[in-house]
Design a protein around this ligand. Sequence first.
Ligand SMILES: NC(=O)c1ccc[n+]([C@@H]2O[C@H](COP(=O)([O-])OP(=O)(O)OC[C@H]3O[C@@H](n4cnc5c(N)ncnc54)[C@H](OP(=O)(O)O)[C@@H]3O)[C@@H](O)[C@H]2O)c1
Length: 411
Amino acid sequence: MIARVPDVARIGLLGRGTVGAAFHELVVQRADAIAAAAGRRPEIAAVLRRSEGDFDALLEDCEIVVELIGGTEPARDYVLRALRAGRHVVTANKQLVAQFGDELFDAARDAGVQLRFEAAVAGVVPVIRVIQESLAATEITKVFGIVNGTTNFILTEMANTGASYEDALLRAQELGYAEADPSDDVGGADAAAKMAILARLAFHTPVGLEDVTYEGITEIQPDDLAYAKEFGLSLKLLGVAERRDGGISVRVFPCFLYRHHPLAPVEGPFNAVMVEAPAITEITMSGPGAGGVETASAVLGDVVSILTGRAQVHAVREELEVVRDVNSSFYLHLEVADRPGVLARIADVLGRNEVSVRSVVQRGLGDDARLVMVMHECPEASFAKALDEIAPLDFLRSQPRAIRVIEEEFV
Ligand SMILES: NC(=O)c1ccc[n+]([C@@H]2O[C@H](COP(=O)([O-])OP(=O)(O)OC[C@H]3O[C@@H](n4cnc5c(N)ncnc54)[C@H](OP(=O)(O)O)[C@@H]3O)[C@@H](O)[C@H]2O)c1
């Protein structure tokens, strides 16, 4: 009997940097196994980098385009041209999908091809596939988690060693967890792009980067983390996308979690995403959030899905409004003159704004005192108004610092 030689699936690779080179190697290593499982043998037919290759020739020569250049241009132009030419596209580029999702999905739908991007969110954690495929028939109410490994590493380092933000960032750069220019990660824009993608898929509604309210971790101080320990809290940069008041809210913010929360033990460069829905209660997925080989493996998983012809379910069902004023619970850190009546004045401001206090720790600092309070959940606008009234009070020694707290306790 003559063994059947599997068809070759020709891949055009755009970008051969950290992820692209790892992907190229992985394709070579795994080609036989994929051929056995999927019936077709993937092969890198052409490569385009700044220093080599020609896009038109690559397009002519392949049926799947893998975009691992990064950034928005020329990646957007290449991906659109590939989709319009009837090529399936796989990308790891979160900014591209978050900023130009509508245009890209329309182009893929019009051409009847797939656009896959598992590696764009939470690295190797298969959260996109779970939301798009496993939970396609489930009404998801909330998707949230730690979707940026760089900031999770920095916050873990600060909490475990007492390091300043600057020293923890340096350490992250030395270990390769942070880029030379870390602003997208530490400022929250990277996590915001990922949350825009997750919200779009979970709620079947168009969501762009401009719909996400985000903050980063650059203002976090070591003593915030020290006090948090006293309250049994750990600090994470959290992305939260949820249905609220008939619309959706998509936000990224540093936030304290109680010790029993499933995301509290997620440390270092790891990512973890939780999905909630009435039908499934909740699912938690975690794993490495980045890295060349890990990301390449998620990219190759998308290629295999295309080869096996697995249908991709993505359709906009309704246009949901973005709700910006939501309820949150806050931690408030104040340095004040240590004199009678101070606590009462602060309690008065909070009370008038309908913000109630859950716990307080007070410490003497010579003539001054440090007040650390955790509030019950209240409208963010009410808390912001109270903060505006507290900031100019004459007994305050420095700017108030506030960080959100997730109140749910998982026991
Ligand atoms: N690194 C990670 O751990 C990770 C994790 C998740 C997602 N991602 C995403 O994966 C993608 C690739 O990241 P990376 O870390 O592999 O980037 P990288 O190391 O900087 O590699 C970029 C590659 O793109 C090529 N390139 C840049 N500009 C180009 C242009 N104008 N035309 C043609 N080629 C161009 C470069 O060419 P030369 O080789 O000629 O310079 C290089 O080969 C990004 O979207 C990133 O966000 C990365």
